[in-house]
Design a protein around this ligand. Sequence first.
Ligand code: ZN
Length: 202
Amino acid sequence: MSSRFETEAGPTGRHAAGLFAAAAMHRDSNGNALHAPVLVLNASYEPINVCAARRALVLVLKGVAMTEEENGHFLHAARIAMRVPSVIRLLEYRRIPHQSRALSRKNILLRDRNTCQYCATVLPSGELTLDHVIPRSRGGSSTWENLVACCHPCNRRKGNQFPLEACMKLMREPRAFNLHTSCHIMRLMGRSDDKWRKYLFY
Ligand SMILES: [Zn+2]
């Protein structure tokens, strides 16, 4: 790390390091370089996530990931200077589970955009409930594919019936937040960062 610092910054030694540290602190307080989004690649170079630069630096320091692209900023702490990454890659391949987002009431409402999936009413989270499409009493499980956002009147009307039995229809097939959704979001974010493109557009 120190050799990188010397190559990049020219002057070496404690004095220079101290000066740069002061400059960096000033820039960090204004520039928010540590909050900048960083693209996370699997060991196979497949994009898998986006995290904040601060988190990415921790992963690099712990030896879990390496920097593939830098964002042009430096982090200075004590006598160490590190380039802030723009893209990092995990050193060990991680199997990404199909459902990477936790199944929770909050995430179901987020997926369904706070919209009752039967009558299309948009409501605040507190006025929505979760409906088991196949009722629990009839073997329905609590999964991404069987839970939808639902208003209380629709929930009462449906009761322990299948949607068809209650003459109700889902707005759309409930699905998990999958890798495809995440890749789409990463591509949208990547449009603002040229360094991400070669990993996202292929
Ligand atoms: Zn409804």
